[in-house]
Each structure stands twice: as structure tokens, then as C-alpha cells.
Write a protein that binds this ligand. Structure first.
Ligand SMILES: Nc1ncnc2c1ncn2[C@@H]1O[C@H](COP(=O)(O)OP(=O)(O)OP(=O)(O)O)[C@@H](O)[C@H]1O
Ligand SMILES: [Mg+2]
Length: 278
């Protein structure tokens, strides 16, 4: 289980500016094998939250624990998939996928077996010797997911993994991810800007407030699995979506007001020029 208790994160301010409070008082419990979608305005600390679970940094207040142990550094039981597939450009597909195994000292027959297995389930077998830059965006993301899954992590931290894909590829990747999740049952924290995606994939949808990010709503998705893709057309789905949007929309507006205020502070005369005064 992942537990967030009074979690806060403030980044030091640049050039004498005050610190940026990215997260404040985040309290959340995620059960083993649960799929939790996280939605919130840009800049509300979603990536920060995942980075802290991954152990890439330390919170400035509160704590995160996994199975009762406080997270203090990265660990092989936690894997991250970013929005832009962060592949090693100098390694081909199979070596990218096998990278995590090598780090863990897995070589020889076991290495080969697992790499072939993941190439197969990802539909990448015929591309195993290709360089990442020869792949489409969807394929690159499949390589990134295979690379994260191959060490069989208990926790998958996914930061808008399908955000940069076209609608059709995104849809294929969603189905694909759900199939993998059903088989391997990792705990998933899945950040997305897409409310429909958050409902279709998640057991729960957590909506965060504008910065500093806190939990604004934690909603259990009331639809059985497997979910058909025309679920989005049903009145029940639209009701859930409406409920989420009613909480999310004011947060998006409040985040926008803060951004406007900051940009006005940083360039006070832009507005005047637009008004035609200069
Ligand atoms: N390393 C850093 N140093 C200073 N400030 C940072 C750092 N990383 C993030 N921030 C700030 O913390 C806040 C939260 O950032 P974060 O990237 O976690 O937001 P997000 O919710 O993931 O946004 P988006 O939806 O745009 O990806 C932002 O104001 C950002 O500028
Ligand atoms: Mg982010």
C-alpha cells in the first residue's frame, strides 16, 4: 500500500523569489493493485507527487510510505513512465527494454527469456533491432512501458504517458495497458489531463486543487471491468464525468488566475501595450 500523510513539497524560489509550494497536506491511501487516476490543473504538483513516490526527491513536510516503509530513495519495486518516452537513443529496442534487467544483474538465458516475452506482448518483436528514432510515438511509448514492466515492479508511476499520442493510438494504448494491468496487477498512479481517460482506466479518480496541490475529490469509479469503450456514451458515464468536471473546472479557473497574476507581475507593461496605451 502507498500512503501519503500530510505530504508537502516546496521548491526554493529562484533569484530571491519566495519558494514555490507545489504540494500541501496531501493525504491519500492507495491499496495494492489499485489503479488510481490523478487529474488536476497544470502546475498543481502531479509530476512532483510521482517523483516523490519514485524517490527522486524528498518532501519538505509529511511523508510517503510504501508497505509501511518511508520512501527515501528510488527502488526497483517502483517504475516510472514519462509523457515523452525517455528511451536511450544509442540503444536499440531490445537493449532499451532489457536495460533495467542488466542493472539488476540479470543476464544470460533469463535475460533473453524476459526480453523476448516483453517484445512479444508489446508487438515489437520485428522491431527489436531498430533504433528508437525509427519508431512511431506509440511504439516508443510501448518500449518505455515494456522497459518499466520488465523488472516486474509493484508500483507503476505513469505521468501522462499517452498525452502526446493521437486519439487512435491513445485508445489502443489504453486497452493494452489495461490488459497488462489485469495480468500483472501492479499498483498504478496514472496522471492524465483527460477526464474520460481517468474514468475509463481508474478504480478511483483523484482530482487535485490548483497549486499548492491537495486532494479536492477522491471518487470511486462505479463501473465494473472489463469496460467497453462505448461506456463513454452512457448516461451513467456522463454523470460521473459531470461530477468530476464540476470539481475540476473551478480548480482550472483558479490556476489560470494565478498564472495571469504571475505573468502580470513579471511583465507589467505587456497589458498596457495590448490596450494600445503605448
Ligand atoms: N525542480 C523544480 N524546481 C523549482 N520548481 C519546480 C520544480 N519542479 C516543479 N516546480 C514547480 O512546482 C510546481 C508543480 O510542478 P509539477 O511539474 O509537479 O506540476 P504538474 O501538475 O505536473 O504540471 P503539468 O500538468 O503542467 O505537468 C510548478 O509551479 C513548477 O513550476
Ligand atoms: Mg506534470
Amino acid at each position: 500500500m502507498i500512503e501519503f500523510e500530510g505530504l508537502g513539497m516546496a521548491y526554493p524560489g529562484h533569484q530571491g523569489r519566495p519558494p514555490v509550494a507545489a504540494l500541501q497536506d496531501v493525504d491519500l491511501k492507495v491499496a495494492d493493485g489499485e489503479f488510481v487516476s490523478i487529474v488536476g490543473p497544470s502546475g498543481c504538483g502531479k509530476s512532483t507527487l510521482l517523483h516523490l513516490v519514485a524517490g527522486f526527491g524528498k518532501p519538505t513536510s509529511g511523508r510517503i510510505s510504501v508497505d509501511g516503509r518511508e520512501v527515501s530513495k528510488p527502488g526497483s519495486e517502483r517504475a516510472v513512465v514519462f509523457q515523452q518516452a525517455a528511451l536511450y537513443p544509442w540503444l536499440n529496442v531490445r537493449d532499451n527494454i532489457g536495460f533495467g534487467l542488466r542493472i539488476h544483474g540479470i543476464r544470460g538465458r533469463e535475460y533473453e527469456r524476459r526480453v523476448q516475452h516483453y517484445l512479444g506482448i508489446m508487438g515489437l518483436t520485428t522491431f527489436e533491432h531498430h533504433a528508437p528514432y525509427h519508431l512511431s510515438g506509440g511504439m516508443r511509448q510501448r518500449v518505455a512501458i515494456a522497459r518499466a514492466l520488465i523488472t516486474e515492479p509493484e508500483i507503476m508511476l505513469m505521468d501522462e504517458p499517452f498525452g502526446a499520442l493521437d486519439a487512435q493510438t491513445r485508445n489502443e494504448m489504453q486497452r493494452f495497458l489495461l490488459r497488462l494491468w489485469r495480468t500483472l496487477r501492479p499498483t498504478v498512479l496514472f496522471v492524465t489531463h483527460d477526464v474520460e481517460e481517468s474514468i475509463l482506466l481508474g478504480d478511483r479518480v483523484v482530482i487535485m486543487t490548483a497549486r499548492p496541490g491537495r486532494v479536492a475529490l477522491d471518487l470511486r469509479v462505479p463501473f465494473a471491468r472489463p469496460r467497453e469503450w462505448d461506456l463513454v456514451l452512457t448516461p451513467e458515464f456522463i454523470d460521473v464525468k459531470r461530477r468530476l468536471l464540476s470539481v475540476l473546472q473551478p480548480q482550472l479557473e483558479s490556476a489560470q488566475r494565478v498564472e495571469d497574476f504571475i505573468s502580470e507581475l513579471e511583465s507589467p507593461d505587456d497589458g498596457a501595450r495590448e490596450d494600445g496605451h503605448i
